[in-house]
Design a protein around this ligand. Structure first.
Ligand code: SAM
Length: 264
């Protein structure tokens, strides 16, 4: 899986890094870390929270909205046999230059990751099915997230992992808040804030047999509320190694009382 790093000199590598606006802080060489909005420490906590429950050895992984590639690279390092990274928005963005960033990082790290430039609204079962589908930080960016969640279901062989911004936590019933224009974080690509009951019922409706939830390790409780959550949706046919290792941070949403303390 690993091969020699690129032949770029340190100055050339730094110049190429400097042309890109990074989201992930990736250590490409000793002493050279990309200046991402997410620090190395935050990414390490996220990686453990997201991927820790799964034995990825020999598995196939699909990373939707991979951006600079932190979670695609992490899945490969954790033994995945095949990782397909997809993105379009950030990969074609003139400032983020995401595709260039991903290719540069993968080459520097000597990791072989398949790449497909496609928007999640156009993905369907013709891409095949993957043991683990990573749908991280994308749901709330979509104008029609339910259509895309159905597409993600069709691509899932065992587990769909959804990480999302959340809202309407004061409601016990399923709710999703709509953000017109720039009303969420002054970002016009943010559309929706679901609450956990909404995600639970949507995922159930799509045929997932068990849904586990945990608070995001960085955004909660650091920011004082349940601003982001992680849902692991397990298909009935999932193998034990993909559904048996959820630690105490995770709750089985079918367990008695599991939904009781979502409200502040
Ligand atoms: C918050 S980043 C998450 C990146 C990475 N998955 C992570 O969790 O660190 C959002 C991702 O969603 C994609 N994205 C943003 N807006 C989008 C949109 N309107 N349609 C499709 N994808 C979008 C971006 O390209 C980016 O890769």
């Amino acid at each position: 899986m690993t091969s020699p790093r690129t032949q770029l000199s340190e100055a050339e590598l730094l110049a190429r890094i400097g042309r890109i606006t990074w989201f992930h802080s990736l250590r490409l060489r000793p002493g050279i870390v990309t200046p991402g909005a997410k620090s190395e420490a935050v990414l390490a906590r996220e990686e453990e929270a997201l991927l820790g429950p799964f034995d990825l050895r020999g598995r196939s992984v699909l990373d939707i909205g991979a951006w600079n590639g932190a979670f695609s690279f992490a899945a490969l390092r954790r033994g995945a046999a095949r990782v397909l990274a997809t993105d379009e928005f950030a990969w074609t963005h003139p400032v983020y230059r995401g595709r260039e960033s991903f290719e540069l990082a993968a080459a520097e790290l000597g990791l072989e990751v398949e790449m497909l430039q496609v928007d999640p609204t156009r993905m369907d079962a013709s891409l095949g099915r993957f043991d683990l589908v990573l749908f991280l930080g994308v749901f709330y960016h979509l104008f029609d997230p339910i259509d895309v969640l159905q597409r993600m279901r069709a691509l899932t062989r065992q587990v769909l992992l959804v990480e999302t911004h959340q809202d309407a936590l004061e409601h016990a019933a399923p709710r999703m808040v709509f953000y017109p224009g720039r009303t969420l974080a002054n970002d016009d690509t943010n559309w929706w804030g679901p609450n956990p009951p909404l995600m639970l019922h949507l995922l159930r409706q799509l045929g997932f047999a068990r849904i586990y939830y945990r608070d995001h390790p960085h955004y909660y409780p650091a920011e004082g509320n349940r601003l982001r959550g992680i849902f692991a949706a397990i298909l009935p046919e999932a193998e034990p190694a993909m559904r048996a290792n959820f630690g105490t941070e995770w709750r089985d949403l079918d367990a008695p009382g599991a939904m009781a303390d979502f409200r502040p």
